[in-house]
Design a binder for this molecule. Structure first.
Ligand SMILES: [Zn+2]
Length: 306
């Protein structure tokens, strides 16, 4: 019995030894292949990274400008970093508005009001006389005796009735990028009195931080317009509060389709005189908004080129 087993066992050992050798060879070949694969992907990744560096255009990247903005002025970081508190810099009148618990009835109310006024919204054809191109900035106060025709939006703020449809359509379409919530308008039309209060409060806030009155005034005016010089007094401007910062990126890329512009981008501060406000949108009509978006113009530049 054992005689029979020896050669067999031997054969088996030879066979096993061969198999082991083959396995080792395979292992080495496999490892080599893996090594080449790794090196190859590193080279390819490096190539793509270089290519992306070359083609990247920082001025077109909203997230980059946001990063710049937040790092530039320390205490604004939290304000713009979080959707919910983003508006504070712009002195949203009532922080309790921040909940997006828009009631359906208020939507319906304003829709009804709005349809009553639809007659008004016949398109103004003369570009220079168009109501929606009225300029209000640090040098240009709102027209005297200006009285907008107001309509309420969900949340309780009011806007000029003529921008209601476009605004609501934009907010509805922004919902998807806002965790399914309708972004809320936390500040729409402001009376001169409200604007005055926001302005005074902001100055006091800076004074509390230890700035002198003139310093505090200067700082406050970067965020809150002097009464009589705020677009909010026109009723065409809204401060939008998103559940997530992404909604602001969406708005930057899409608001022009609804006739709204990102009014105070960081790269136009020297012209507008206002620090970047990602939440502030202003109606200018679809045609002007598209032109400004495509050419990278702010309202002041656009009106000058007209
Ligand atoms: Zn605003």
């Amino acid at each position: 019995m054992s005689k029979k087993y020896i050669p067999r066992e031997f054969k088996k050992q030879v066979y096993l030894a061969r198999r082991q050798k083959r396995a080792e060879k395979m292992k080495i070949a496999g490892l080599t292949a893996l090594l080449f694969l790794c090196l190859g992907s590193i080279v390819i990744l490096g190539f793509f990274w270089k290519a992306s560096l070359k083609s990247g255009n920082p001025s077109n990247a909203p997230s980059l400008s946001f990063a710049k903005h937040t790092s530039a002025d320390g205490n604004q970081v939290n304000q713009t970093g979080q959707g919910a508190s983003a508006i504070q810099g712009d002195s949203a009148p009532d922080s309790s508005m921040q909940g997006t618990s828009a009631t359906d009835s208020s939507i319906q109310d304003s829709a009804a009001q709005k349809s009553a006024i639809q007659g008004n919204s016949s398109q103004a054809s003369g570009r220079d006389t168009a109501w929606y191109l009225t300029l209000v900035n640090k040098q240009t106060p709102i027209p005297q005796d200006y009285e907008p025709d107001l309509v309420k939006v969900p949340g309780g703020e009011s806007v000029d009735a003529r921008i209601y449809d476009s605004l609501m359509q934009m907010l509805e379409d922004a919902r998807e990028g806002n965790w399914g919530e309708l972004p809320s308008v936390v500040s729409g039309y402001r009376t001169a009195k409200v604007q005055q209060k926001l302005y005074d409060d902001k100055i006091r806030e800076y004074e509390k931080e230890g700035y002198s009155e003139s310093e505090a005034t200067e700082l406050a005016e970067q965020w809150v317009a002097v009464p009589g010089y705020s677009e909010h007094q026109l009723g065409f401007a809204v401060d939008i509060n998103g559940a997530t910062y992404d909604v602001y990126l969406w708005l930057q890329e899409n608001s022009y389709k609804y006739g709204f512009i990102f009014r105070y981008p960081g790269n136009k501060t020297d012209i507008t005189g206002v620090s970047e406000e990602v939440w502030h949108y202003r109606y200018v009509g679809k045609e002007a908004a598209a032109e400004m978006y495509e050419q990278g113009l702010c309202l002041e530049e656009y009106l000058e080129n007209m």
